[in-house]
Design a binder for this molecule. Sequence first.
Ligand SMILES: C[S@@+](CC[C@H](N)C(=O)[O-])C[C@H]1O[C@@H](n2cnc3c(N)ncnc32)[C@H](O)[C@@H]1O
Length: 283
Amino acid sequence: MDNNLYNNIYKATLTDLEFKQLSQFIQSNYGIKMPPIKKVVLQGRLHKRLKHLAIPDFKTYIEYVFSREGENEIIHMMDVVSTNKTDFYREPVHFEFLETELLPQLFKLHGRGTFKVWSAGCSSGEEPYTLAIVLQEFKEKNPGFDYQVLATDISTQMLQTGANAVYKEEKISIIPLSIKKKYFLRSKDHNDPRVRVVKTLRDKVSFQRLNFMDNTYQVNDQFDIIFCRNALIYFERENQEMVINKLCQKLKPEGFFLLGHSESITNMNVPLKSIKPTIFKKT
Ligand SMILES: C[S@@+](CC[C@H](N)C(=O)[O-])C[C@H]1O[C@@H](n2cnc3c(N)ncnc32)[C@H](O)[C@@H]1O
């Protein structure tokens, strides 16, 4: 790319009107709140797209995004707009509760069969693979038990990372050694140490693009447990309530629903009762 164009792209600024056009579109189609304070953040994230497309300013970018030829660009725009922070064993209390209480309880209730868990807003896969580790460990101790994990997100880049299942080795530093050895393969490149989740777990987790704001969710199964953690914090309350209701339609009677630790359903009209903070059961 010519140097001049490159430098100009990083100087491109979003006008208030351009910010409004984009933020209204993002909020109404993808739920993610974009108050005016987010203008500089959005501008910074979108510079990457301008650079990739060699588009010099936001006016031209917006015309492109909303044109017929630019339809695909919306997917890439959402890749940079979404906040994807995640970790293996993030909020570990949930995984302890899964192992010691939920799984024994549900296995006793339903017996043999395939247990279905949904990681909704899965980001780059650390959450669904942590679920798969806990479920695999339980399976090995409980003959007749089997499981599947569905992992969905709006970001195609995150879903691709999840499906590849390759992570920097430092990402698994908090995992106990015996679990690391059993479920991660190490790369031979000492300059860029990476690990890959083993095939046994990769085969159990399927990744799918799903927008929480879709009218109906293209998911055939009914789930025993839904993890929807730290994804709806960026949504307006009424959208949070609408999404939780739609997710609950995919939850089996007596199924469990988990939110992130800073999230709540207080004053929401949703078919859930609280078991513990952030852990709910379908009513
Ligand atoms: C902060 S991450 C949380 C990841 C994981 N659940 C955790 O707690 O570590 C939030 C995820 O929600 C996804 N997300 C945001 N808006 C979405 C939407 N409208 N539909 C589906 N996923 C969405 C983002 O792409 C992001 O990967």
